[in-house]
Design a protein around this ligand. Structure first.
Ligand code: ADP
Ligand code: MG
Length: 589
């Protein structure tokens, strides 16, 4: 084919492809425009998760009637004057592309009015064709209605996910913007269902609750730091509150949501050694730095930025976060080994905040708090938690087995009281640490199965699994495709040799499905955790005395014996002191 200049419709659809990928991208661009226009109230309405309708109404400055046609032209913006401006951008938009792009792949109607104008103006753009400018009654502000997104680009339409997925992306986006702009009133509705509504009164905790749930929001710690002209504010989770992936780390840089930034690593570093393998904090952090310190013009959807001085930003975030974390939840500086065989294995905590009776020392301080010791919602609650928690990576002393109860728990005596151990959680922990230790030494003994197990999978599952064969090999699984969508397991890690290979394989597939693009090392830890969970002894399984003793001594040898790999407690500790109080032998309760 000879070289030709593309027809303008094709060129603009290509350009639109970079900006508008899915309904959530439309919401993002329109909400950013509303914020740039100084809106105090932004209402987003959806139809069919945004496929048939995305409408964003704001009470911002509006667009003068005579500029409305210009607003939908490509590279038409009121936010940049010359190339120099590109290097200190204070607005969210600057390329003048969004309205043009959206208009070229949908049926878009713009209604807008500025304060001095007596009436509003309306303009319709359909598949890039701009209609006539009309006068209409309208309040001050702008309403952009986007119908039938991608109606003229069927190929794009096919890439949209299920409604629930598209809606979740919009929800996630808007909730985060609401958190970043607590003084703006946000509302998200689909028909009569309102899924988000904020007051715009600056109360960030209420928005946190919408994002992470009420209990988590209550526990989140506030971060506030300033170094010269760098500012950081936001919320991070205390060490007792974790998630199994890093998706809950959110960053805004100068009011702009940026994704997958190296800053995530700064936050993870702040938690270094405080969280278990495979657990991640929740964080929503807002950085303000002078606009010339950051280049926002590096990503088509403006989802990434480049810092002029990345090291400085990184260490500022890492330091500030770490400081906030330690200030709220004092972490005892005791090497775990020193706790071996000592009688008091509770951390030597600094005395800050109200003292609570340690009570059920281990487990319960890591679970939700009881109503009595819950501080008022305005205060960070981890002061209480930090004061009496045994940390998950603290060793347990040598234990004397007493026996098994309910075919579910082991009972044991330690130097400082009674231990109730959940056999399933404990075994999970033991298997996990063994597997990860072998994995780190790149030496997972594998054992061939006498009769390979065949597992039928769905086509997409089989494809996923096929792409992850090398990971499985490293974990000691040897699997081979068997027909179009079945696999056979030929070998398993030796430590699981007696378990059900089919169950193990299904567990692995679930893991691949859950995470779209996990990082390699965390993927392996996650898979190991899942497999261990599946293959650990169950509650209700009677264990022989040897098995009980074996489990106990394996647990004593673990680096983090007090929680299972998923963060649940493996044991409850009733201290001598507590028993004495309960029986009225000491003090009054
Ligand atoms: P950009 O935001 O990069 O300038 P857009 O295509 O998103 O480009 O918008 C083009 C112009 O239209 C903006 O520069 C702004 O002047 C105007 N505009 C768009 N949306 C709004 C709005 N909600 N309120 C006021 N003005 C708007
Ligand atoms: Mg814009």
């Amino acid at each position: 084919m000879p070289i030709r200049i593309l027809p303008p419709e094709v060129a603009s659809q290509i350009a639109a492809g970079e900006v508008v990928e899915r309904p959530a991208s439309v919401v993002k661009e329109l909400v950013e425009n509303a914020l740039d226009a100084g809106a105090r109230s932004i209402t987003v309405s959806l139809g069919n998760a945004g496929r048939t309708l995305v409408q964003v109404a704001d009470d911002g400055a509006g667009i003068p009637a005579e500029e409305l046609v210009l607003a939908v032209e490509r590279h038409a913006t009121s936010k940049l004057a010359d190339a120099e401006d590109l290097f200190h951008i204070a607005s969210l938009g600057f390329r003048g592309e969004a309205l043009a792009s959206i208009g070229s792949v949908s049926r878009m109607t713009l209604i807008s009015r500025t304060a001095p104008e007596p009436a509003g103006a309306r303009l319709r753009v359909e598949g890039g064709q701009i209609g006539p400018l009309e006068t209409t009654g309208a309040p001050v502000g702008t309403v952009v209605t986007v119908e039938d997104l991608f109606y003229n680009v069927p190929a794009r339409l096919k890439f949209l996910k299920q409604d629930t997925t598209e809606r979740r992306a919009i929800d996630a986006l808007l909730t985060r913007y609401a958190l970043a702009y607590p003084l703006v009133r946000f509302k998200l509705n689909e028909g009569s269902t309102v899924s988000l509504q904020t007051a715009g009164d600056g109360d960030a905790r209420a928005i946190l609750a919408a994002l992470y749930g009420v209990e988590a929001a209550r526990q989140m710690l506030e971060v506030m730091a300033e170094e010269d002209d760098f500012h950081l504010s936001g919320y991070i989770s205390p060490i007792a509150l974790t998630r199994s992936n890093r998706k809950e780390i959110t960053f805004f840089v100068n009011g702009r949501w940026v994704r997958d930034t190296p800053l995530n690593a700064a936050v993870l570093q702040a938690y270094h050694t405080l969280l278990m393998v495979g657990r991640y904090p929740i964080a929503a952090l807002f950085i303000r730095i002078p606009p010339e310190e950051v280049d926002v013009n590096v990503h088509p959807a403006k989802a990434e930025v480049r810092f002029r001085n990345p090291d400085r930003v990184f260490s500022f975030v890492q330091r500030s976060t770490r400081r906030a974390l330690l200030a709220y939840a004092p972490v005892p500086q005791v090497a775990p080994q020193n706790l071996w065989g000592t009688t008091d294995n509770r951390p030597q905590t600094t005395d800050s905040g109200p003292q609570v009776d340690p009570g059920w020392v281990l487990a319960h301080d890591y679970g939700p708090q009881t109503p009595e010791n819950r501080p008022s919602s305005a205060e960070p609650s981890s002061i209480v938690q930090g004061a009496s928690s045994a940390l998950p990576f603290e060793r347990v002393p040598l234990l004397r087995l007493i026996g098994q109860i309910g075919a579910t728990y082991l009972v044991a005596e330690g130097p400082d009281g009674l231990y109730l151990i959940d056999q399933h959680a404990a075994h999970e922990r033991v298997l996990f640490e063994k597997l990860m230790a072998q994995f780190e030494q790149k030496n997972i003994p594998s054992q061939s199965l006498l009769t390979p197990a065949v597992v039928e999978l769905s086509r997409p599952q089989a494809e996923l699994l096929a792409s992850q064969v090398p990971v499985l090999e490293r974990l000691g699984f040897h699997v081979e495709p068997f027909g179009t969508s079945a696999f056979q397991v030929r070998a398993m890690p030796a430590m699981f040799a007696r378990s059900d290979p089919a169950a193990a394989l299904r567990t692995l597939v679930e893991d691949f499905e859950e995470d779209e693009a996990p990082l390699q090392n965390e993927l392996e830890a996650k898979i190991a955790g899942r497999v261990c969970k599946r293959l650990a002894v169950k509650a209700g399984q009677v264990l022989s005395p040897e098995e009980q003793r074996g489990l106990l001594s394996d647990l004593e040898a673990c680096a983090s014996p007090r929680t299972c790999p998923h963060g649940r407690p493996t044991m409850i500790h009733l201290t001598v002191d507590m028993l004495e109080r309960q029986f009225g032998r000491k003090g009054a309760r």
